[in-house]
Design a protein around this ligand. Structure first.
Ligand SMILES: Cc1cc2nc3c(=O)[nH]c(=O)nc-3n(C[C@H](O)[C@H](O)[C@H](O)COP(=O)(O)OP(=O)(O)OC[C@H]3O[C@@H](n4cnc5c(N)ncnc54)[C@H](O)[C@@H]3O)c2cc1C
Length: 509
């Protein structure tokens, strides 16, 4: 039997999750559905979450955002990758750079040739062949339509931005498109006695808000998905033992780097996210190995500039809600689960969650089959990203602290075990086509942390040593040529700001 079409969506929460959801829904569905967002300024938002990955650009394009305006309004900068420091051995450094490294030859991924070169004793740094890495370490960025000597596109990139300004920016966007925003604290919800579906929310003010579908974007508390529906949580702290973060912004120093830094410490790691007006910093750590005071001291002693605020502690529990869609509640953002920000995946998960909701959006009433499809896809996506994050911990080579030794010795999900074993023996990565992280992301982390495969694909032997060296030289030259044509990242950001001023003054003329 067909049910009633969904007419009213109520979003609880106005953080990154709430406003992202509101923005896409208002853009795509406001002709057929009314959207209300309720948030509380008194409660506020978590206010961290400043680094993204390249699919964010598709999301922004779907919203029709102007990139210059976006970068200016969020004090944003460009991100070409993440530099991991001290993750292999203490003192090591490598980058998970976005985009290709080298080029496939005869359908054989480039890293096979590189592994062969290592076995032959040829000196070649894997990242010599990454345009993003070479641009990032030179603090360069520009929009190029293609890379020198190739038909390949420009440099894939993502953004760093100020989380508070981002929520504000999206709120402005949504309000300009006619969304109803209600200020107030949700006190309780009422459910329908026969279906268990949420019928309405009652605010502390006594105001009642009815809805057909509720998006729980209320942050870690999971106001509807957990407190009302008691969905349950699957914890993954046995694989990802960090359970706290301490965050602090600091003054910018020197040029704005177009990449995130992730610096491993004694029992966790520190992020460094350069923005136009400040640097975002935080230390993610495991409270069984370091106290809050020690973690805070470690963070403050590794800042590049003076702190701009008091450090803020944020406890978290790694894992996911057992169902991310339960009855007529869909959880997004921190209400749906949490994976530490090592690969900047949370905002991405919010955005794919909204996309998935739209893909599975019921036409004539909510049916269990739609809910099941959504939950199956969400679970798989969370687990695949979880494995990629665990990889960084598992293959560390540090001996200087018990935390790292224990991470290396911990048991890991079978899915990841299989990937690591296959890579060790053959240099291949077992990846399903819809996984977020491409093979080249896996190669970079594994090679970067010292996991060099014993073998490589036989096609890599099809080139003579001389031809392989010539291929390396040509690739290096193409990368060098592309990078040499780029402006500095600071120049790029300055041109964005000027562009913005030009547009504004033209509009007001
Ligand atoms: C330490 C840390 C670092 C992170 N770094 C990154 C990163 O680099 N990249 C990335 O992609 N992600 C990162 N994340 C994740 C990112 O911060 C979140 O995914 C994102 O901010 C989404 O938050 P949210 O909207 O779910 O929750 P919140 O920001 O907590 O928003 C919750 C909203 O719900 C409202 N609310 C709650 N209760 C009520 C109530 N009773 N009545 C009315 N309103 C209510 C609040 O007012 C608020 O508006 C990080 C997270 C943490 C913890």
């Amino acid at each position: 039997m067909l049910g009633q079409p969904i007419q009213n969506i109520v979003i609880v929460g106005g953080g990154t999750a709430g406003w992202n959801a509101a923005a896409l829904l208002v853009r795509m569905m406001s002709r057929v559905i009314s959207i209300t967002l309720v948030e509380s300024e008194e409660i506020g938002i978590v206010g961290v979450g400043e680094a993204t990955i390249p699919p964010v650009i598709r999301f922004n394009n779907a919203l029709g955002l102007n990139e210059d305006d976006f970068l200016k309004s969020t004090q944003g900068s460009i991100k070409l990758g993440i530099q991991f420091e001290n993750w292999g051995e203490l003192g090591d450094s490598y980058m998970h750079a976005f985009g290709d490294v080298g080029r496939d030859f005869a359908f054989c991924p480039f890293h096979n040739f590189w592994v062969r070169s290592q076995q032959l004793g040829i000196e070649a740094d894997f990242w010599d062949f990454s345009p993003n890495y070479q641009a990032a370490v030179r603090h360069k960025f520009g929009k190029v339509s293609s890379r020198s000597g190739t038909s390949d596109g420009g440099l894939p990139y993502a953004y760093h931005f100020d989380a508070g300004l981002y929520a504000k920016y999206l709120r402005g966007y949504c309000e300009s498109q006619g969304i109803t925003r209600v200020e107030g604290i949700v006190d309780h919800s009422s459910t329908c006695s026969d279906t268990g579906f949420i019928k309405s929310l009652t605010l502390k003010s006594g105001k009642e808000i009815e809805g057909d579908l509720f998006l729980d974007c209320s942050g870690f508390r999971g106001l509807l998905i957990e407190q009302a529906l008691q969905t349950g949580y699957e914890e993954w702290s046995h694989w990802l033992p960090c359970d706290r973060a301490v965050a602090v912004p600091s003054e910018s120093t020197g040029p704005i780097r177009p990449y995130t830094r992730s610096i491993a410490h004694k029992a966790g790691w520190q992020w460094n996210i350069p923005l136009q007006h400040r640097t975002g910093n935080g230390h993610v750590y495991c409270s069984s190995y370091v106290s809050d005071d020690e973690a805070c001291h470690t963070l403050l002693s590794h800042l590049e500039g003076p702190p701009l605020a008091e450090p803020r502690q944020i406890p978290f529990k790694t894992g996911r809600r057992k169902l991310q869609w339960n009855k007529n509640v869909v959880a997004l953002g921190l209400a749906s689960g949490f994976l530490e920000p090592l690969e900047s995946t949370s905002i991405h998960l919010i955005q794919t969650g909204i996309r998935r909701l739209m893909d599975n959006f019921p036409h004539q009433g909510i049916r269990q089959i739609d809910i099941d499809a959504f939950n199956k896809q969400s679970k798989l996506e969370f687990e695949q990203i979880r494995d990629f994050i665990i990889l960084h911990y598992k293959i560390n080579q540090r001996t200087d602290s018990q935390f790292w030794v224990n991470c290396r010795n911990m048991s890991i999900p079978d899915t990841l075990e299989q990937k690591i074993e296959l890579f060790k023996h053959s240099g291949r990565v077992l990846r399903y086509s819809d996984e977020l992280f491409a093979e080249v992301a896996w190669y970079q982390v594994m090679l970067g942390q010292g996991l060099i495969p014993d073998d490589y694909h036989p096609i890599a032997d099809s080139l003579s040593e001389q031809k392989m060296l010539r291929m390396f030289a040509e690739l290096r030259a193409m990368v060098g040529d592309t990078v040499s044509q780029l402006p500095t990242h600071d120049q790029f950001l300055a041109s964005v700001t000027q562009q913005q001023l030009r547009t504004s003054s033209a509009a007001s003329a």
